[in-house]
Design a protein around this ligand. Structure first.
Ligand code: FAD
Length: 322
């Protein structure tokens, strides 16, 4: 028996969220006695990248290198993972929750007759049955779902588990898949980035500014700090509504939902609608001159001070350290 993990890649690099899925599968296999963790990667991926899934906890990686699988061809990916599922005799598939992951998981669930739970936040409780905890209502509540199917698919929320990094390299084997042409009926033919910088939904660190920044002419400070940290930039809704920043940077309930390892909020009050988009962040740092700003209640670290004094100093200190 084994737990199968569907790996997502971008431009030949394995996504960190997929490595988290591998670490989750490794902890799951140890808990349920399901044996090995086998990852399945599709399309053109760098060989060194493939073996690196072992560090996150996989014993083996199956690679279907057909370059038609490079772009997120949903139906074809579901078919390939279903064939790996049959081949390995797995009963459980783990993957990262994402727009591609959700689409593949839904189709895979039909193909392998599996129960599916998405946005999973912790290992299932198997004391009595198989109860899976998932995040709902943009992180404000949790639902417990009982899975009674023999085959199971778990899509893991970003940051739900610490990434394991101490495993050995995985054995890489090629995977022969037989995918009908009809599975390529819809495919991505071109992608264009809205910005050349780190993409906000994928970013591991986000630096966001709010109305406290006073105007677009002051955004250099935010961008400088983001550059030092290798972060994406975000903003509150009013900031994009006024046109200080583009709409694709608007974070919150009605904007982009982020789940970075570090979210730095500068001059943002912390209204509930903004928090709804950031409350899955692992660590939140708030810089605000008002000690009563609601964001401090959600912060792991808070700096009460004027952003125009604090941010340049913080940036200089970080530059000296990094
Ligand atoms: C249906 C609905 C949906 C919404 N969706 C979203 C959403 O998705 N995302 C979102 O962000 N908002 C959303 N909002 C708006 C939200 O309610 C808040 O109005 C908004 O988040 C406030 O933005 P802000 O914190 O930038 O501005 P403000 O509320 O004006 O806060 C500015 C903050 O900056 C601080 N400040 C001022 N000067 C300085 C300085 N020099 N140094 C440091 N700090 C300073 C102030 O103390 C204050 O806390 C939504 C509202 C509604 C009704």
């Amino acid at each position: 028996m084994s737990v199968l993990v569907y790996i997502e890649q971008a431009e030949g690099k394995i996504k960190k969220t997929s490595l988290e899925a591998v670490s989750f599968a490794s902890a799951l296999a140890a808990k349920t006695g399901e044996g090995d963790v086998i990852a399945v990667a599709l399309g053109s991926v760098d060989q060194a990248e493939l073996a690196s899934v072992g560090k996150a906890g996989a014993t083996k990686l199956l690679h279907a290198s057909d370059s038609r699988l490079d772009a997120g061809v949903i139906q074809a990916h579901a078919t390939a993972v279903a064939q790996a599922f049959e081949k390995t005799g797995s009963k459980t598939v783990v993957l990262a929750k994402s727009s591609l992951g959700d689409a593949v998981a839904a189709r895979l669930a039909i193909k392998v007759n599996a129960g599916l739970v998405s946005n999973v936040v912790e290992l299932p409780n198997t004391d009595s049955g198989y109860i899976v905890k998932r995040s709902i209502y943009t992180g404000k509540a949790f639902a417990e779902t009982s899975l009674t199917t023999e085959n199971k698919i778990l899509a893991i929320k970003k940051n739900a588990i610490d990434l394991k990094t101490d495993g050995a390299d995985a054995a890489v084997e090629s995977l022969e898949v037989n995918i009908p042409d009809s599975d390529f009926g819809s495919k991505i033919t071109a992608t264009e980035r809205a910005t050349g910088e780190v993409l906000l939904p994928e970013a591991d660190i986000v630096v966001s500014g709010g109305r406290g920044m006073k105007g677009p002419e002051n955004w250099g400070m935010i961008e400088d700090l983001a550059k030092t940290l290798g972060a994406a930039t975000g903003c509150s809704k009013p900031v994009s509504d006024i046109g200080w920043r583009p709409h694709h940077e608007h974070v919150g309930q009605t904007g982009v939902k982020v789940a970075p390892s570090l979210y730095v909020a500068i001059g943002i009050s912390g209204a509930i609608q903004h928090l709804a988009g950031v409350n899955s962040s692992k660590c939140i740092v708030v810089i605000n001159k008002d000690p009563e700003a609601p964001f401090f209640k959600a912060a792991d670290y808070g700096i009460v001070g004027d952003a125009f004094e604090v941010v340049p100093k913080l940036n200089e200190a970080l530059k000296a350290e990094l």
